[in-house]
Design a protein around this ligand. Structure first.
Ligand code: ADP
Ligand code: ADP
Length: 228
């Protein structure tokens, strides 16, 4: 689903953020990128949806060289969730979730059904929450909606950058459990950035440990637990 071939990223100020990255992520796989702050995780993630451009090397998404696909077209099929959800405060929960489906031209009825189905999936009663505004929700509920927004148009690929990093430990654990259940059901390809090894061990099919802009180790959670 995602393939990096000899990818490097040097920022305009000369910072080498990623060096000669080679990685293949299979369809339906949940991969965690982990490593200390500054090791290049976010840069790697943002190159996949062209929020950053690779300086050299090639990245393929679904078999296509992303340099040949416009960022707008590319992002139609890629959900993106970050730590600061960034729900639009003047839009209701439903309007936030149906943002991409609306751009894609889904009709009102189809959008409405999708919003309700998504809210139900994470235990938020649609009748209660559909027409509320983000400020009326707790931080954990807002982050749930952020995840739903990324799922709304059924993208094949979801990128997550420390999506639960700002939540209290109990809410974080609840959302990790929910994400695991969602993943068991939807089998999306997910690339998930975290610096929390417990989170990676819990969620990932495969863990990519990064260090100084390079891949240090790739292993399954079982392998890492046996051989840390
Ligand atoms: P991580 O997500 O693992 O914390 P990043 O990918 O954010 O790492 O950063 C990797 C390196 O690139 C760091 O040294 C960081 O300071 C640097 N960096 C990140 N973004 C930029 C940028 N826009 N311009 C210059 N340097 C950057
Ligand atoms: P590109 O889109 O080409 O990957 P960006 O637009 O992200 O690069 O970077 C633009 C500029 O933002 C960089 O040249 C850098 O000066 C600045 N910048 C953004 N984040 C950081 C950071 N974490 N450290 C240093 N500079 C940064």
């Amino acid at each position: 689903m995602v393939r990096f071939e000899h990818v490097s990223k040097v920022y305009p100020d000369g910072t080498k953020a990623v060096e000669d990255l080679n990685l293949h992520i299979a369809r339906g796989e949940f991969v965690c990128l982990i490593g200390p702050s500054g090791c290049g995780k976010t840069t790697t993630l943002k190159m996949i949806n062209r929020l950053h451009e690779a300086t050299s090397g090639k990245i393929y998404v679904d078999g296509r060289d992303i340099a040949t696909v416009s960022p707008v077209e590319l992002r139609r099929n890629i959900g993106y969730v970050i730590q600061q959800v960034g729900l639009f405060p003047h839009m209701t929960i439903a309007q936030n979730i149906e943002l991409v489906p609306r751009l894609l031209g889904w009709d009102r009825e189809r959008r409405r059904k999708r919003v309700d189905e998504l809210l139900e999936m994470v235990g938020l009663d649609p009748a209660t929450y559909r027409d509320r505004y983000p400020r009326e929700l707790s931080g954990g509920q807002q982050q749930r909606v952020g995840v739903l927004r990324a799922l709304a148009a059924e993208p094949d690929l979801i990128l997550m950058d420390e999506p639960f990093g700002a939540l209290d430990p109990i809410t974080r654990e609840t959302l990790q459990d929910e994400l695991k259940r969602l993943q068991a059901r939807l089998r999306k390809t997910v690339v998930f950035v975290t610096h929390d090894m417990d989170e990676a061990l819990k969620l990932a099919d495969r863990i990519v440990v990064m260090k100084d802009g390079r891949i240090h180790q790739v292993a399954s959670p079982e392998e890492l637990l046996r051989n840390p």
